[in-house]
Design a protein around this ligand. Structure first.
Ligand code: GLY
Ligand code: MN
Ligand code: MN
Length: 439
């Protein structure tokens, strides 16, 4: 079930309450040109989507707590058969009111003319500068005019505030319905990993595996991949954002797949699995795989209300460092290696991020000095890894890397929801036990 209209209405109520007296201007995404007159597939802006569920480009939503009779105004592309015959159906102003709960809707081209009137009586303007090329000049012009008139109009001069903090605090805490959608995104994403592992053989191309993954996403009703799928054989896995996916899979290498789908309403999965292409780990591969898995499982086990993303990262790092010391890939004491960051040539990223309508979802990780404390309803990835190659220099005092370890890149990534009692691994259907990675 997609998110029901009443839930969008509830979100708007909460957002309006948080705005105090400020009027918020939240733009939809624009179409972006790919080449000539071809555009990239449309992807709605997540903030706009969260508050409206309206999936058309170029629209603008106003949230007006100071006008209780019209608190939610939409500006949309009006119905126009000659445009719709090319680009598809639009809801138009009537649909915006009837289907999407707008108090009133106007054609998008009337925004400049109508904005000053709607801002009258507001205590400020909540608008994210620097992101919306077409809308920003209209908002700044309306603001500038209001400031010019303020001495004579009797209205207090408006201030410009950022809406992101308020909105992203809401988005960070997922409702039960959102958790259901994330569960569904994780289910389809996990299925794609299971199907892909089954088809992988030496001699296939990374691109063919990517095709299998995309097919599972689409066949199961997802919009497509949530981000450029990473299908990285052997040493390619040591490039964290490898997306060219053009190499042949070699007997004896590992394959790292980082792929997740995006649902019709933009909730995302983000899963990574790593397994031997020929179905058997080498000794070195298995040792590092078991170590990453131990770090990942220890980090997942620590996800519960009251924990912090920082603490979860520390658990993963300390587990990895302890294992790397045992294997002779690092030397010294755990504390000294962690303190000096002398493991970062082997593990150079953080252990996770918020997950939701954005893959790297919104929401603060720190508030001033303090790390954000996990609460039920927050969803994060847990994704430690090890990447053994010559790309980064070995820190002074650390051992040179023997050839037998090189070209091994491993990451294990799950999507984890914080629950009242601890956590739920949304992506548990993607297997990760070493025996399940072999055949
Ligand atoms: N796929 C991006 C990430 O894992 O963060
Ligand atoms: Mn991730
Ligand atoms: Mn990922």
């Amino acid at each position: 079930m997609v998110i029901a209209p009443e839930l969008y209405a509830q979100r708007r109520e909460r957002f309006l309450a948080k705005l105090g007296g400020a009027a918020a201007v939240i733009p939809a995404a624009s179409l972006v040109s790919h080449h000539a007159d071809v555009e990239y597939p449309f992807r709605q802006a997540s903030d706009f989507w969260y508050l409206t569920g309206f999936d058309e480009p170029e629209a603008v939503a106003l949230f007006l707590p100071h006008r209780p009779e019209t608190p939610f105004v939409l500006f949309v592309e009006p119905k126009e058969p000659s445009a719709e015959v090319w680009a598809g159906r639009r809801w138009g102003c009537e649909g915006a009111v009837a289907q999407f709960g707008a108090s009133v809707a106007h054609p998008r081209e009337e925004l400049a003319k109508r904005l000053p009137e709607y801002l009258k009586g507001a205590e400020g303007i909540a608008f994210r500068v620097g992101r919306h090329q077409a809308v920003e000049p209209l908002v700044l012009k309306a603001w500038a005019d209001q400031l010019d008139r303020a001495p004579r109009s009797g209205q207090a001069a408006l201030g410009l505030v950022a809406p992101c903090g308020l909105l992203h605090e809401l988005r960070l805490r997922k409702s039960l319905e959102e958790l259901d959608r994330l569960r569904e995104a994780a289910r389809i994403s996990a299925l794609a990993h299971e199907v892909a592992r089954d088809v992988v053989r030496p001699g296939l191309n990374e691109r063919q595996v990517q095709g299998v993954i995309d097919q599972v996403f689409l066949e199961n009703g997802a919009r497509g991949p949530a981000y450029g799928s990473i299908v990285a054989g052997g040493d390619n896995a040591c490039v964290l954002h490898y997306t060219s996916n053009t190499a042949t899979l070699l007997d004896g290498d590992l394959l790292l797949i980082d792929a997740g789908c995006s649902l019709s309403d933009y909730y995302n999965g983000d899963i990574t699995r790593t397994f031997p292409i020929n179905g058997r780990f080498s000794g070195e591969q298995r040792a590092l795989y078991e170590l990453v898995l131990a770090a990942q499982e220890a980090a997942v086990a620590a996800v519960r209300p009251g924990a912090t993303a920082e603490a979860i990262h520390d658990i993963a790092v300390r587990t990895l460092v302890a294992g790397l010391l045992d294997l002779g890939l690092l030397s010294g004491s755990i504390d000294a290696v962690v303190e000096q960051g002398a493991y970062r040539h082997l593990y150079m990223h953080r252990t996770g991020h918020w997950l939701g309508l954005d893959v790297h979802d919104v929401g603060a990780y720190r508030l001033g000095e303090h790390p954000v404390v996990l609460e039920p309803g927050m969803v994060l990835t847990v994704e430690p890894g090890l990447y053994v190659s010559d790309r980064l220099p070995v820190p002074e005092g650390q051992p040179a890397i023997e050839e037998r370890w090189k070209g091994i890149g491993i990451r294990i990534e799950d999507d984890v929801a914080v629950t009242m009692l601890g956590h739920e691994v949304l992506s548990a259907a993607a297997l990760k036990a070493p025996a399940a990675m072999e055949r």
